[in-house]
Design a protein around this ligand. Structure first.
Ligand code: NOJ
Length: 532
């Protein structure tokens, strides 16, 4: 396909986030300073140089707040604190300062859809009676049917159980995730006021932005989900849209946008281009645009590529639909291939060396696209998703199998055997690392020509030089299994087929593998600089 499909102009004074590469840190699995087998904030601080050297622009920290850890920190009992497992508020301040000194921005996770069941508000709500003001901050309802034995709606939670749990006095409370994560009532002014104050608490400490968890879910229409005959209620928006449920009562309610307009005012009152990035699951990129209005979010995660299989056609579609959806507005796209909720892309694309080659090729292609990119810790080492034995599986969303634990195994830093320098001593990490990771440690890959770590360092440096800023983008003619596009002088080719493909003329500036003469082998991507 030819023709200009996209033109983004970057102002010289463009905000930092517009084309930033942000590295997601899952604190419990990044680096352990105190040697208890769980990563912590001081561990992250001790590795800031590694991140700066890798060449990312920002870090995003998954939750570190006090939490019973039923959902590994997404069940927050105090959004202004730090769980002792991870350190203290002064450790957070020190991390912010160290990251800023190294030139890195810091985004933190904000979890407004629910609290932990251990949050003082929920503890009070359980003690109080039906109809009390304490219950109003959550979504308590009477049941249906004889003696209220049926839940108030037919909703399923994302983690696969009914979305309602009954309490001793017979009422039910809503939880779209784990039963230990009761949903807040966003029509309650105290809830809105509390989150404004939480935003300010962390903005005052210097955070540069917030990743907003379940941004599409804060406000609900409490009625049954109507599904076509022969199908069952489901909380996965993609499944619902596939079976034709357009008007989902659980997600993407128009009133969620009032919340973000309010937050936009709070955040933009601070200097330094502070920002909000939405985790919003929508029907597709065009519906994301609703979250990216000038007075709401600066960014929203675009999961389209993460959800695609290894296929030039699917990748093309992911790129095209995103750019077409967003380019008419001021919004800039984001790209992501892995995170703490998904099977690592290295493993999604197959097994062994071929899968790693594909993962590197997909990353290199993603890094050439306009907008911002998000990386997930460990992908720069080419870590695979780990199949953990049942006795080590910890995720509440296990779906009868491995759940999300496989992408959360602690990073290998150095040495020949677990714990691979994860902590200062011999304490084994909270999830066991495969012994085969000896070749994948940061130490083993540093300075090693062709290693995935050196490939990421080179690709991030090349992105700064060739793939940012003022450019128009257009697709070039290519065989069916190949994607080829141009941005300014940069030509990108990704070969998803099974035979080599000829490379166009130009100076080769990055390759995810080895080129074969003037051909690009299968499972490989290249960047070239076109003349003129
Ligand atoms: C999305 C987060 O990414 C996930 O890890 C968490 O379990 C749910 N939201 C609930 O907070």
């Amino acid at each position: 396909m030819t023709g200009v499909i996209h033109g983004y102009r970057v102002r010289v004074d463009a905000p930092w986030w517009r084309e930033a590469v942000t590295y997601q840190i899952y604190p419990r699995s990044f680096a352990d300073a105190d040697g208890d087998g769980t990563g912590d904030l001081a561990g992250i601080t001790s590795r800031v140089d590694y991140l700066a050297d890798l060449g990312v622009d920002a870090i995003w920290l998954s939750p570190f707040y006090p939490s019973p850890q039923h959902d590994y920190g997404y069940d927050v009992s105090d959004p202004r604190g730090v769980d002792p497992l991870f350190g203290t508020v002064s450790d957070a301040e020190e991390l912010l300062e160290t990251a800023h000194e190294a030139g890195l921005k810091v985004i933190i996770d904000l979890i407004p859809n629910h609290t932990s069941s251990a949050h003082p508000w929920f503890v009070e709500a359980l003690r109080a009676s039906p109809g009390s003001p304490e219950r109003e901050r959550y979504i308590f309802r009477d049941g249906r049917g004889r003696d209220g034995e049926e839940p108030p709606t037919n909703w399923q939670s994302v983690f696969g159980q009914p979305a309602w749990t009954r309490v001793d006095d017979g009422q039910w409370y809503l939880h779209m995730f784990d039963r230990e994560e009761p949903d807040l009532n966003w029509r309650h002014p105290e809830v809105a006021e509390e989150f404004r104050s939480v935003l300010r608490f962390w903005l005052d400490r210097g955070v540069d932005g917030f990743r907003v968890d379940v941004a599409h879910g804060l406000v609900k229409a409490l009625r049954d989900q109507e599904v076509p005959e022969g199908t069952a209620p489901n909380s996965d928006p993609a499944v619902m849209y596939d079976i034709g449920v357009e008007d989902d009562p659980m997600w993407n309610h128009p009133e969620v946008h009032d919340v973000y307009r309010d937050w936009h005012e709070v955040v933009s009152a601070y200097p330094g281009d502070r920002m909000l990035v939405a985790e919003a699951w929508t029907k597709g990129p065009s519906d994301l645009r609703g979250y990216l209005r000038t007075d709401e979010f600066e960014q929203a995660f675009n999961f389209r590529w993460l959800q695609s299989h290894w296929s030039a056609q699917e990748f093309n579609e992911a790129i095209l639909s995103t750019l077409k959806a967003l380019s008419p507005s001021r919004a800039w796209p984001t790209w992501v291939l892995s995170n703490h909720d998904a099977v690592r892309h290295r493993t999604r694309y197959g097994d062994g060396a071929q899968a790693l080659a594909r993962a590197r090729a997909a990353t290199l292609t993603m890094l050439a696209l306009p907008g911002a990119a998000y990386l997930y810790q460990g992908e720069e080492l080419g870590l695979p998703h780990v199949q953990l034995p049942p006795e080590h599986q910890r995720d509440p969303w296990a779906e009868g199998g491995n759940g999300r634990d496989g992408c959360r195994v602690p990073l290998p830093w150095s040495g020949d055997a677990p714990p691979f320098g994860f902590g200062p001593g011999d304490e084994q990490p909270w999830l066991p690392q495969p012994t085969q990771w000896a070749d994948l440690t940061v130490a083993a890959q540093t300075g090693q020509e062709g290693s995935t770590l050196e490939f990421y360092r080179a690709a991030l440096a090349a992105r700064r030089r060739y793939a940012r800023g003022d450019s128009e983008m257009w697709f070039l003619d290519a065989p069916a299994d190949v994607i080829s596009f141009r941005r300014g002088r940069l030509v990108v080719v990704l070969n998803c087929g099974s035979t080599p493909t000829p490379l166009p003329d130009g100076e080769l500036v990055m390759c995810s593998g080895e080129k074969l003469g003037s051909d690009l082998p299968p499972d490989t991507a290249a960047w070239l600089l076109a003349d003129g």
